[in-house]
Ligand binder design. Structure first.
Ligand code: ARG
Length: 562
């Protein structure tokens, strides 16, 4: 609405849209109009009192959708609700499932590095958060016309594989690994650490095996590859449940042969320094500890791989922007990586963004892999689905595709519970909260959408005929508030993408749901007056499009009936 008013005002004032937008206000209550323009700043230019300016403008403004009235020094705009409502709802219905999208991205490429769990370790909660936030960031940018490349930077290399091989040779069981790869690999990995305390020579064996792996020893490589493949299969079960896909699995090992380039370039640019036997890039001018590029024993580390990955991705994808969706504890790591790239004179380092997020707790408790308090994610999702199924059984025992719906609700509950929080905040997952159909939850939004769909099923009108209707029936206060909100959806998507903040969308969906439910409870939608029914149904359908689209952005399915 503000945009619309700004464009009207531009016809009468020599000001840009932006300037006007920065001045426009929302009046304290609707009886004072929908948008207010304060005339104080114009007083200087026109050398007139603001009240006079407001009066004169009120007389000249003439528009089919808004009416302007002067109230003191303010020019207040009242939308002709029936027309605005009819226009907007019609527009949403015409764009159908695409309302809110645009082509701003102009097919420029965005890379999103997300999820990135570590092989042979359980899929942890930080990785879950990264997966869901990253997936939403991918979807947001797709909706805004970007080409998006989603990359899973698997932790599939490092000294732990030496330990894993030793553990496997001593205590591993092929059958178990095939049946339950992560569980078994973790079991023997934990055992390795227990035993190594008593027998430190195990550590030496592990070093030997990792060296063999790095040198391409046939057996070492075969075992490593097997662990990786089995782990990915297991991760894929979770991705499948969450509905997440990657364009590439390019883990840390992918850069094994691409790191010499980093070392070479850093040397040529005179940025490498020796420090206690290691090769580092000094970052003291930026008040950061040095970035280690090569350790004393010549092996490369996590940061070296990220540098190699950045160079490779810039070459291959020529991204406009690259997001790293990784927990806040890696803040310094990314600051260092970006700083080194800047020192290498790559100005595109400015286009790389670390998207951090806070901790996740489970029923208010922290998890730790080592202490065995880790929750296996697949079990969490399965339990959530079971609980959803029980709720549906009570609510709607005859539902046809119950299994599918329970999956959508159970998984949706976990995803929404995460994404409704500002990503930097700590997230707590509690069953009762996340699955409450009346709380600030995914199921609540999904249920509201199903309600809009059931209205459409109940009505004898067909949705194709909803394009012509009379806006006066959806101009009451409650409907008007809803329409006002629906009009903001395109901006909500822009804001969420701009801040890499899916919670902007989640919060908005909660507001829309609450407002639609007010409308639903206050007004009869399926009324005898067919014209009235048409308009109200059109508004319900428009709401449904926005709810479904928004849930889709968050990576949540929207069943038609619950
Ligand atoms: N595997 C890493 C971890 O679990 C996360 C990788 C994030 N991405 C990256 N390019 N560094 O800590």
């Amino acid at each position: 609405m503000k945009k619309y008013v700004a464009n009207v005002l531009m016809r009468y004032l020599e000001m840009s849209e932006e300037e006007i937008l920065s001045l426009l206000e929302t009046p304290p209550n609707r009886s004072m109009g929908d948008v207010a323009f304060p005339c104080f700043t114009l007083a200087k230019t026109y050398k007139k009192a603001p009240n006079l300016i407001a009066n004169e403008l009120a007389e000249s403004v003439n528009d089919e959708l808004v009416e302007a009235k002067a109230i003191g020094p303010y020019l207040n705009f009242y939308f002709r609700r029936d027309r605005y409502a009819a226009n907007l709802v019609k527009k949403i219905l015409e764009k159908a499932g695409k309302y809110g999208e645009n082509d701003l991205g102009n097919n420029k490429t965005i890379v999103v590095d997300f999820s990135s769990p570590n092989i042979a370790k359980p899929f942890s909660l930080p990785h879950l958060r990264s997966t869901m936030i990253g997936n939403a960031i991918v979807n947001l940018h797709k909706a805004l016309g970007y080409d998006v490349v989603g990359i899973n930077h698997l932790g599939d290399w490092g000294t732990q594989f030496g330990k894993e091989i030793v553990a496997y040779k001593k205590w591993g069981n092929d059958e178990e690994i095939k049946k339950n790869p992560i569980k078994e690999l973790v079991r023997i990995y934990v055992k390795f650490h227990e035993e190594a305390e008593k027998h430190p020579e195990l550590e030496d064996e592990a070093r030997v095996w990792f060296k063999k792996l790095e040198d391409g020893d046939e057996e070492a490589v075969r075992l490593w590859k097997w662990f990786v493949d089995e782990s990915i299969k297991e991760f894929e079960k979770i991705y499948q449940l969450l509905g997440v896909k990657f364009d590439h699995y390019m883990g840390e090992s992918f850069y094994n042969d691409k790191m010499e380039r980093v070392v070479k370039e850093l040397t040529e640019k005179g940025l490498l320094k020796e420090s206690e036997g290691a090769l580092v890039v000094d970052l003291s001018d930026l008040d950061m500890p040095p970035a280690i590029i090569k350790k004393k024993d010549g092996s490369s580390i996590y940061a070296t791989r990220d540098l190699a990955a950045a160079l490779y991705r810039k070459d291959r994808f020529d991204f406009e922007k690259m997001f790293y969706v990784v927990g806040n504890e890696q803040k310094l790591h990314f600051e260092q990586v970006f700083a080194v790239l800047k020192k290498m004179d790559y100005d595109w380092a400015e286009q790389m963004v670390h998207v951090p997020f806070g901790l996740m707790l489970f029923e208010n408790k922290k998890m730790s892999t080592r202490k065995g308090t880790i929750v296996l994610l697949e079990e969490v999702l399965q339990k959530s689905i079971e609980m959803a199924d029980r709720i549906i059984e009570e609510k709607n025992p005859n539902l046809e595709n119950r299994k599918e719906v329970a999956e959508a609700i159970g998984v949706g509950a976990v995803i929404f519970n995460d994404l409704k929080n500002h990503r930097m905040h700590e997230v707590n997952f509690s069953w009762e909260e996340a699955l409450n159909f009346e709380g600030e939850t995914g199921p609540y939004v999904q249920y509201t959408n199903a309600r809009t769909q059931s209205l459409i099923r109940k009505s004898t009108l067909t949705t194709e005929k909803l394009t012509e209707f009379d806006g006066q029936f959806i101009a009451g206060d409650t409907a008007w508030e809803l329409i006002h909100m629906l009009g903001q959806y395109p901006d909500v998507l822009l804001k969420a993408a701009d801040r890499a903040e899916p919670s902007v969308v989640a919060r908005y969906l909660l507001d829309i749901s609450a407002q639609f439910n007010r409308f639903y409870h206050q007004e009869r939608i399926i009324t005898e007056n067919i014209d009235e029914q048409k308009a109200k149904l059109a508004l319900s359908l428009a709401t449904s499009y926005v709810l479904q689209h928004g849930l889709g952005i968050l990576g949540i399915n929207a069943p038609e009936a619950i």
